[in-house]
Design a protein around this ligand. Structure first.
Ligand SMILES: Nc1ncnc2c1ncn2[C@@H]1O[C@H](COP(=O)(O)OP(=O)(O)OP(=O)(O)O)[C@@H](O)[C@H]1O
Ligand SMILES: [Mg+2]
Length: 423
């Protein structure tokens, strides 16, 4: 990796990262990691003797986001990682590495006395781990460096730490200092895309176009905003509903959200020759509106009859993870299914990004899905608690859609037409 000298806010942040806690927050790709790593490398070389620690959500993400770039920058001689032991040797100093993915992770650092710590993506680690980590930084001169993307405005990292910073370099580059009974020995650096001169204008335009709604505000503008209102803000029937399907090069999946008292909603998603994804057909059974509930065997029979009748054989059959009995029934009937990827945030973000870039369209026959999409909303109570997820009401077609899109990502990713802008 060819690293260019740090400039502007990058350099300023390295100079000003002199507090006990130093946190870089803001937009994706805005050079928070590179800037903080410059400071961390300097610290590791100069710090008083004592144990050092690097933390990621998991050891795998820490390696990918932080350790691999460090090795690339410095070479194996100055930076060597022994994955099995979770040890990094940086400029001859030993650094422990840990993943902090659940509430029990704090046990991994209990009892340590640290002189320095580096935390990647701090908002994704449990608060209990963070609190424990701060108590471990007990050697005089101990410092912590961390990066984070924004989350909701109630997130503990914002409320209990970032907003109490003694020094803050804001998004525009202004330096604020505050002093009061509540302030912490913490310096905060808020980055935006413009702070990274190594991104091309084209790249910035692309990632800005791909992020819509909530993700635009958080990941592009770097704001700590609440997940509220409509999830897929760029949805516009005039733009996204088509009366005719183009030639489909590949039917990627049959995807279904299973329900017995709730509706059962299945969709067929294909990749068009035009490089766009199409929800081509839907099948829905609402036991409250139709004539009673169906058994798993009846569902299996009718869904298969529907797909076969259309003359389509989808590459995957994707079923929501909670529908174990239905998957068993399909299997019994000789139909292999795949458990849906139910990472809610990833799925809704993928669909949102595809709508925003005009690369996911819906055939007009999918009436129930088209009815549901504009009402698919963030759950305000969950958002207040920092757990962003969709409201569980009239969400069946939308859930099936995010399962299908997320689970087939490896197939369509890289095969799509360039983004198209809203009219
Ligand atoms: N000084 C530099 N020289 C060369 N490339 C740089 C420099 N600073 C940043 N970059 C490049 O810009 C990209 C984004 O930087 P970085 O990973 O630090 O951003 P980030 O804010 O941590 O992003 P994310 O939120 O996605 O983790 C990286 O690909 C990095 O290599
Ligand atoms: Mg980063």
């Amino acid at each position: 990796m060819n690293i260019t000298p740090l400039v502007g806010k990058q350099r300023l942040s390295v100079e000003l990262a002199t507090a006990r806690l130093n946190i870089w927050d803001g937009s994706v790709r805005s050079s928070k990691s590179i800037s903080s790593l410059f400071k961390w490398m300097k610290f590791v070389r100069e710090a008083p003797a004592g144990p050092l620690l690097m933390v990621g959500k998991t050891e795998r993400t820490l390696k990918r986001n932080i350790i691999d770039p460090l090795i690339e920058m410095l070479g194996e001689k100055r930076c060597k990682y022994v994955a099995g032991l979770g040890e990094l040797h940086l400029f001859g100093r030993l650094i422990y590495t840990v993943g902090a993915y659940n509430e029990g992770s704090e046990d991994k650092i209990r009892g340590l006395s640290l002189v320095g710590a580096y935390v990647d993506e701090a908002s994704t680690i449990p608060e209990s781990f963070w609190v424990m980590l701060l108590t471990r930084l007990s050697i005089p001169g101990a410092q912590l460096y961390a990066t984070t993307n924004p989350e909701g405005p109630q997130h503990w990292l914002l409320v209990d730490y970032l907003e109490k910073a003694r020094l803050w370099v804001d998004h525009g580059g202004q330096v604020h200092r505050q002093d009061g009974p509540d302030t912490l020995n913490l310096h905060r650096f808020s980055f935006i895309l413009a702070d990274n001169p190594n991104l091309t204008r084209e790249y910035i335009e692309d990632i800005s176009a791909e992020a819509s709604g909530l993700w635009y505000k958080r990941l592009i503008l770097g704001q700590w905003v609440l997940a509220e209102g409509v999830i897929w803000e760029s949805w516009d029937p005039a733009r996204h509903v088509v009366a005719e399907l183009p030639a489909i090069q590949q039917w990627l999946c049959l995807t279904a959200d299973y329900g017995t008292t709730n509706p059962f909603h299945a969709l067929l998603i294909g990749l068009g020759h035009d490089g766009r994804l199409y929800v081509g057909h839907e099948w829905r059974w609402d036991s409250k509106k139709q004539r009673g509930a169906l058994t798993d065997a009846e569902y299996s029979e009718r869904v298969r009859a529907w797909v076969t009748g259309l003359g389509i054989s989808p590459q995957y059959t994707i079923i929501d993870p909670s529908a174990k009995s239905f998957r068993t029934e399909l299997h019994r009937a000789g139909w292999t299914s795949t458990m849906a990827d139910n990472e809610v945030e990833d799925g809704v973000r993928d669909v949102g990004s595809l709508f925003a870039t005009g690369r996911l369209l819906v055939h007009s026959s999918c009436k129930e899905l088209i009815k549901e999409i504009p009402g698919y909303s963030w759950d305000p109570e969950a958002s207040e608690k920092g757990d962003d997820k969709p409201l569980k009401v009239n969400d069946h077609g939308c859930d099936a859609l995010r399962y299908g899109i997320r689970t087939t990502r490896n197939i369509w990713h890289g095969q799509l037409a360039p983004p198209s802008k809203a009219a």
